[in-house]
Design a protein around this ligand. Structure first.
Ligand SMILES: [Zn+2]
Ligand SMILES: [Zn+2]
Length: 387
């Protein structure tokens, strides 16, 4: 490569990706994805022309996906003042797997190319996940909850610095305070920029000479903390509520705390099962109730009685649907799901003598309604085969 000199032999980055100069970030990403897939070395083994194109596409993407670099390129083209933004060696190419191109793992690879090792990294604290149980009624109405968690928080004794005294911290000489060390490694046909945490300071960029006795220089200690949160009405089991910034404090002082996720477990209702916003239940009723029809009132979670109307001539296994009496849901018109009542035939375990006599008298009347048994069998089979 023509190092340092004018690079007029280079193709225009927009042309390389086959996009216009006004292309949006997502257009650029899309174009890169498809070109990089096309020219990926895994798809074109031992093809120097593809290899060259793959690298060319990467370079174009590295520049155009970075707002600052794109602006400079739009202004000066390839002959920008100060020479190649990739340093005197020019663009070296990065090692991207086909999986990265499908999943999107390539963004972080590119974003670390420019200004990767400048400032100490602002790490984020670890996210935490806790689970919390509520009753079915609380899930219906929504609720305000408070929990107590143990969390790694900034040590209050050293205000997170990890040092017993304010002058006991010095900049790490190995990494010059960056916390990271960058080196170039050859991977296959490419040079890859590899950035690792500095081993001398464990990525902190500083070394503590007189560690805080409470947190032993960690800057953080386990503390119990109360967290209040509200659970929206209609919440389902397994939903995770995010409490931004309520996770662990970051290792370094300039990072952000992690998030706390609260996974809600809704305890079983005495008779309802749940299907999204719908509530399912089985109602045991007598043969007479099915035959003649009836109306049954049941106490319901919304505080009003739930009236189940069973039409005359109902059969066991049929369902009665009552709309807008299920769980609240913003995704449903009317704001509530339905209650689905499955009719079950309840058989009395005992029949007293008087009833037995009456039933015997009615046996003929309540028979299957067919003149002989084969007629009933045939109709039943036909019904079954039709359904
Ligand atoms: Zn260091
Ligand atoms: Zn401390």
């Amino acid at each position: 490569m023509n190092v340092g000199g004018p690079m007029s032999d280079k193709r225009d980055y927009y042309e390389v990706l086959g996009i216009g100069r006004k292309a949006s970030d997502s257009d650029i990403k899309k174009a890169f994805r498809s070109m990089a897939r096309k020219h990926h070395p895994d798809k074109n083994p031992d093809d120097p022309e593809s290899e060259r194109k793959f690298k060319e596409v990467q370079e174009a993407y590295a520049i155009l996906s970075n707002p600052e670099e794109r602006r400079k390129y739009d202004m000066f083209g390839h002959d920008r003042p100060g020479g190649s933004p990739f340093g005197s060696g020019g663009f070296q190419g990065v090692n991207i797997s086909i999986e990265d191109l499908f999943g999107g793992g390539f963004e972080s690879i590119f974003s670390s190319i420019f200004g990767g090792g400048g400032r100490p990294r602002s790490s984020k604290g670890t996210d935490l996940l806790v689970s919390h149980s509520i009753t079915f009624e609380q899930a219906f109405h929504g609720t305000e909850e408070e929990i107590e968690i143990e969390v790694l928080n900034h040590c209050s004794s050293c205000s997170g610095s990890g040092s017993e005294t304010s002058d006991g911290i010095r900049v790490c000489p190995t990494c010059d305070g960056r916390g990271r060390i960058t080196r170039i490694e050859r991977v296959g046909p490419f040079h890859q920029q590899i950035t690792q945490d500095c081993k001398s300071c464990k990525g902190e960029g500083r070394i503590i000479q007189n560690p805080c006795k409470i947190c032993r220089g960690e800057g953080r200690s386990q503390q119990s903390k109360k967290v209040k949160f509200s659970v929206p009405p209609g919440i389902d089991s397994g939903t995770r509520l995010r409490m931004t910034g309520h996770g662990e404090s970051p290792k370094s002082q300039n990072g952000k705390p992690g998030n706390l996720y609260i996974e809600i477990e809704v305890l079983n209702h005495e008779w309802f099962e749940r299907d999204g916003a719908d509530l399912l239940m089985a109602l045991p009723v007598s043969y007479v109730d099915l035959l003649l029809g009836t109306s049954i009132e049941i106490p319901h979670i919304d505080g009003e009685l739930l009236k189940v109307k069973i039409p005359a001539g109902s059969r066991p296994g049929e369902t009665v649907s009552i709309s807008k009496r299920g769980m609240p849901s913003s995704r449903i018109r009317g704001g509530r799901g339905s209650v689905m009542v499955l009719l079950k035939l309840a058989m009395p375990s005992k029949v007293n003598r008087v009833t037995r006599k009456q039933l015997q008298e009615m046996r003929e009347e309540l028979s299957n309604g067919f003149s002989d048994i084969t007629e009933g069998l045939i109709k039943e089979a036909n019904d079954r085969r039709r359904s």
